[in-house]
Design a protein around this ligand. Structure first.
Ligand code: HEC
Length: 212
């Protein structure tokens, strides 16, 4: 009797240890509520990225002209992305199927989602840019991926319109800075690219705990 109890106890101990080990290795999966909150937070981050960039672009175009704005875009877009990444803990970037910045080449998920959006970057009902969020799972844990379409507006075409319609000094400045540029030939309403925001489960929980 006494002995049997001991065996049971040690069995329990082994089970508890195994559970503890398992719990250490496999972090708690993201809940539906965390995914929904992470998607909403990603939208806010994309809004901030867009607003800051458009502010800087308009300021520079007004004060120093379009060619200067190319340099601002080149310096500031990655800087804003870096600052939002540092602040939120997510990886924040822009990407495009036809990219200008060589670092904006899409990964598999980004390319597949943008290919679906290419004909029509807006949601049919709301007319807002399309969004996609998905949890990726692999050996390294979970990541919440969020993408939001960036449609080309008429004011973008000075630098992203058909190459033969760009002002010669703009074409020259782009060619000098981005010899491999693929980001011309767009019309207003085309899909120009996407905001792409990636959270590890840990980074997302941290941001949600800080209140976004
Ligand atoms: C003054 C010229 C200029 C204007 C106007 C402009 N862009 Fe760009 N765009 C650039 C440059 C330069 C880059 C490369 C920036 C970088 O290095 O990240 C770029 C990059 C991008 C990217 C990142 C992906 C890539 O191809 O590298 C997107 C998305 C984008 N632009 C969208 C837009 C949209 C939408 C508008 C209009 C609201 C716009 N741009 C207006 C010059 C411009």
């Amino acid at each position: 009797m006494h002995r049997r109890l001991n065996i049971r106890r040690s069995g329990l101990l082994v089970a508890t240890l195994a559970l503890a080990l398992f719990a250490c290795r496999a972090p708690r999966p993201l809940t539906e509520a965390e995914i929904a909150a992470g998607t909403a937070l990603s939208s806010v981050v994309a809004d901030r990225f867009q607003a800051q960039l458009i502010d800087r672009l308009q300021e520079t175009i007004a004060s120093d002209g379009m060619v200067a704005a190319i340099h601002v875009c080149a310096e500031e877009a990655p800087a804003i992305a870096g600052q939002l990444s540092a602040e939120t803990g997510a990886t924040v970037r822009r990407t495009a199927l036809r990219n200008r910045n060589p670092a904006a080449v899409p990964d598999g998920l980004e390319a597949a989602v943008m290919a679906q959006w290419e004909g029509d970057p807006l949601e049919p009902g709301s007319g807002r840019p399309r969004r996609h969020s998905v949890v990726e799972r692999d050996g390294g844990g979970e990541r919440l991926r969020f993408l939001r379409a960036i449609p080309a507006a008429p004011q973008c075409l000075a630098c992203h319109g058909p190459a033969d319609m760009l002002a010669p000094e703009i074409r020259a400045a782009i060619a000098e800075r981005y010899p491999e540029d693929r980001a011309t030939g767009f019309a207003a309403g085309d899909l120009r690219g996407a905001f792409s925001i990636t959270w590890t489960a840990e980074a997302l929980r941290g941001a949600l705990a800080r209140g976004g």
